[in-house]
Structures are given as structure tokens and as C-alpha cells.
Write a protein that binds this ligand. Structure first.
Ligand code: 4AD
Ligand code: MG
Length: 443
């Protein structure tokens, strides 16, 4: 007698009714009755209902089975009517099983049925087990599909992937959130953004993108700030601000399209976020100054509790309120230079403001920050001065304006925020494998 083939639960064609198979996985659900044990087996690819009957139920291993125990089951695949709600309408009738690794049985609640009221610290401490749950694993699968969809879109748009360094000696988004460390006796930082490096690639590589970690020493605990996050950044050469907005709308729309054309991913999104609405094009465009008026009209105060004024930063709470009320994607554009990063290009029509854009999504707020970049050498030097930055570490960045400058621009998208929006998650911490935020670097 030869062993039947091991099947992975992702391949429905290999588990036709009548075939004899061997499956390897962990006990995801368990229901024991007097004469029969129902197991939902999970192998990371999918789920399979397995039935133990007769003598098998009377074994020591069967009687002491716990959730998360890894087992091998041999048996025959049978079809079951859809009304029984078995995954893929299949059932494995076991004639034999072996325990591979017993599970202690003390963390079942954490692993399988995380409830909204579970203590968050317990959940973060046990993230390695929480990941086994259906919700967390579905989010991770949507995450992988999102990375695939972005790469596919960039490939189609003829953009080249590069991988800039994470250890740097320059800031991009202001000094306050830099993580610094000792680099062979010199001060160095973990990068906040790869933008400046992407800009240096345009001349030789054309339009480029990268998908790398960015690091921010964010002081406050919020729903949407991580200390390490996955940053999808792109930089485009010889473009106008309108080109940038067009490109962003196209990329976001294509990525959503690719996600939802995959049946399995569409199903996860539907289960995670039943209210998800595919954004209608064209996306709403709103100037910063109009947003300030809108906030005033709707009595949404600034951080000091005062009515918003031109020049105010639109803080997270106000931004989210506005996005939720408007309830569709917003391209918020033309922020004043004072509240934005040093590299942003001034609007030639109104030099008080920059050619900048934040993309805001309902439920999350800002998921993208982008702009056209200062391409004039003198202006860049003036910007360093205005921001009280020492230009010397930026010599290589400044050089781009000296050796064949060009009008260009780009953006950065926080993958975890994008996922929080698509998957309807309360916080970005649920949208990465092992979240890093103030006070947490474990597991
Ligand atoms: O708006 P930010 O700071 O822009 C930049 O870093 C630009 N240099 C990007 C560029 O033009 N290439 O960050 C971009 C995006 C934000 O819109 C947000 O989605 C995400 O990065 N982000 C964070 N995500 C999670 N945790 C944090 N602490 C984040 N900070 C920014
Ligand atoms: Mg931003």
C-alpha cells in the first residue's frame, strides 16, 4: 500500500470526491460528540472539514485533542451539500490520523476567536498566535495581494523597482521623528522615506518605485502611526502636478481592480469590510484653502480648539472627520509651504502654497503624501535655509539641480493605511505582521 499524496488545501482540483488523500495541518476548530469528532483543519492555504468516527474517536489522541495541534489525516474525500457550509463543500472521512505536534491548549481563545474586547496588550504579546486567526490571516493575504497588485501596476506603467538604503544621514520629513543610531562612530538615521534617493535614479533609470520599510519615531499613540511601516514610493520624471494627480488616481484604481478581480481576495475583502465601496473616478479634488473653509463651516476646530485658519496643520482628528463626512476619496492639494517638507515646489500661480497632495480615504484619512519637487538650485538652497537645515549632508541631492535638472514629482503611500482602508480595520497595527509602535518592539 502506498501513502496517498499529501494535498495542500488551496487546490480544490486535487480533492475530488472519492480520492484518497493525506492532509497536514492544524486543528482550527474542534467539535467532539460521543461517536464523532468534527475537525476543521487549516494548513495556511485553506480549510477542510474532517470527520473522525468509530474506533478513531476512542483513541487517546482523539480524546485529548486540542485546538492548534498539528496532525496528519489520511482518508477519503466526500462531497457534502452546500447547506452544511463545509469549506468547498468537501469533507474528509478519516481512516487514520497521527498527532505531529500537540498544542498546549491554554491559548485557544487567543488563536482562534479573538474578540474585540480582548485585552490589546495580551493580543500584541501573542501576535505570533493571533496571526493564526481567520481575520489576521485574511488581512495578511490581502496585504500580499496588494503588494503584487502595486508591482503589477508599476510594471505596466514602465516603472523600475529599486531598493534604496535604510541607513542614511539625511532627514526627509523633518527631524522630529528620526531614529538615530551610532554608525561606526558617526550619527546616522533609519530612513523616514526613500524619496530623495528615488529622485537621484530618474536620470539613469526613468520613472522608479520602491517598496521598503520607513521608520518614524512617532511620539504619540494613534490608530494610524507605526514606528516601522512599509512605504510604497514612486518618483516620475518630466511631469506636471496634474500628471502626478492623474497617475495617482490611475494607480489606486488599477490596484483596487486587480485585488477585486481575484475571487479569493475579493471574498476576504467582503468578509473583512462589507461596506467597502470601490472609489468612483474622478476622485474629488479639494484645495487646502477650501478644506480650511469647509472645516470652519462645519465647526470642526483645530488642535488648539480654535476655528481653523489658513496656515494651520489639519490634524488627524479633523482630517478624519472631514473625510468620513465627505465619505469618498479626496485629493487634498496645495498646502502652504510652512506646514510641509522642505523639498516641495511652489505653485507658480500662488507662491503661498505648494504643488502638494494628500490622498484621504474614509475611515483612515491620509494614505498618500506627494508633491512636485523643487527643481531649481537657488530655490532648494533657500528651502534648506528656511528649514534651518545644514545643506552639506544633502550635497548629492542638491547636485541633481546642478547636473540636468527636471520638473519631477512623486509620492509615498503607507501600505498599512491603504490596507486599513480596504480591509476596514480600526488600526494600522492590524495590517502588518508584527507592529512596531511606541513602546513595542516584541515579538
Ligand atoms: O506624508 P509622508 O510623510 O510623505 C513622505 O514621506 C514623502 N517623502 C513620500 C514621497 O513623496 N515619496 O508619508 C507618506 C505616507 C503617508 O501618507 C502615510 O500613508 C504613510 O506614509 N505614513 C505612515 N504610515 C504608518 N505609520 C507612520 N508613522 C507613517 N508616517 C507616514
Ligand atoms: Mg504626510
Amino acid at each position: 500500500v502506498t501513502d496517498p499524496a499529501i494535498i495542500k488545501l488551496r487546490a480544490p482540483e486535487s480533492d475530488e470526491p472519492g480520492t484518497r488523500v493525506r492532509v497536514l495541518g492544524r486543528v482550527h476548530r474542534l467539535r467532539s460528540q460521543k461517536d464523532v469528532i468534527f475537525i476543521t483543519l487549516s494548513d495556511g492555504y485553506g480549510f477542510l472539514q474532517c470527520i473522525l468516527m468509530g474506533d478513531l474517536v476512542k483513541t487517546y489522541d482523539a480524546m485529548t485533542l486540542t485546538l492548534e495541534t498539528s496532525i496528519a489525516i489520511h482518508g477519503e474525500m466526500r462531497a457534502v451539500p452546500p447547506k452544511q457550509h463545509a469549506p468547498n463543500n468537501r469533507e474528509l472521512h478519516a481512516d487514520f490520523f497521527t498527532v505531529i505536534g500537540r498544542a498546549a491548549g491554554d491559548k485557544e481563545a487567543i488563536t482562534n476567536r479573538v474578540s474585540a474586547d480582548s485585552d490589546p496588550q495580551t493580543l500584541y504579546n501573542n501576535r505570533h498566535l493571533v496571526l493564526r486567526g481567520e481575520t489576521s490571516s485574511a488581512v495578511m493575504k490581502v496585504r500580499a495581494a496588494t503588494l503584487r497588485a502595486f508591482r503589477r501596476t508599476f510594471e505596466e506603467t514602465k516603472m523600475l523597482e529599486v531598493t534604496p538604503p535604510s541607513m542614511v544621514q539625511t532627514q526627509v520629513e523633518g527631524g522630529s521623528t528620526l531614529f538615530s543610531f551610532d554608525y561606526y562612530g558617526e550619527a546616522a538615521y533609519l530612513t523616514q522615506s526613500s524619496q530623495l534617493y528615488l529622485e537621484t535614479c530618474l536620470a539613469s533609470l526613468g520613472d522608479v518605485f520602491c517598496i521598503c520599510p520607513s521608520f518614524r519615531a512617532e511620539k504619540s499613540l494613534t490608530r494610524r502611526h507605526l514606528s516601522e511601516y512599509t512605504h510604497i514610493e514612486a518618483e516620475l520624471d518630466f511631469i506636471t502636478f496634474d500628471d502626478l494627480l492623474e497617475h495617482l488616481e490611475e494607480v489606486i484604481s488599477r490596484v483596487i481592480g486587480y485585488l477585486l478581480e481575484d475571487e479569493q481576495i475579493a471574498q476576504y475583502v467582503k468578509e473583512l469590510n462589507p461596506d467597502f465601496k470601490v472609489p468612483q473616478r474622478p476622485f474629488k479634488r479639494m484645495r487646502y484653502s477650501d478644506a480650511i473653509d469647509w472645516l470652519k463651516e462645519h465647526d470642526i476646530p483645530n488642535e488648539e480648539g480654535q476655528p481653523h485658519q489658513f496656515g494651520d496643520d489639519i490634524a488627524e482628528a479633523a482630517e478624519r472627520k472631514m473625510t468620513d463626512i465627505i465619505n469618498q476619496p479626496i485629493f487634498l492639494t496645495h498646502f502652504p509651504a510652512e506646514i510641509k517638507a522642505f523639498y516641495m515646489k511652489k505653485d507658480p500661480q500662488d507662491p503661498r502654497v505648494t504643488e502638494s497632495v494628500d490622498v484621504l480615504m474614509p475611515g483612515v484619512g491620509e494614505i498618500v503624501g506627494g508633491s512636485c519637487r523643487i527643481d531649481d538650485w537657488d530655490e532648494l538652497i533657500a528651502a534648506y535655509k528656511r528649514e534651518e537645515m545644514d545643506p552639506s549632508p544633502y550635497y548629492w541631492y542638491t547636485d541633481q539641480r546642478k547636473y540636468g535638472t527636471s520638473p519631477h514629482g512623486g509620492y509615498g503611500l503607507g501600505l498599512e493605511r491603504f490596507l486599513a482602508w480596504i480591509c476596514g480595520r480600526y488600526t494600522v497595527r492590524e495590517c502588518c505582521l508584527y507592529p512596531r509602535f511606541t513602546g513595542r518592539c516584541t515579538p
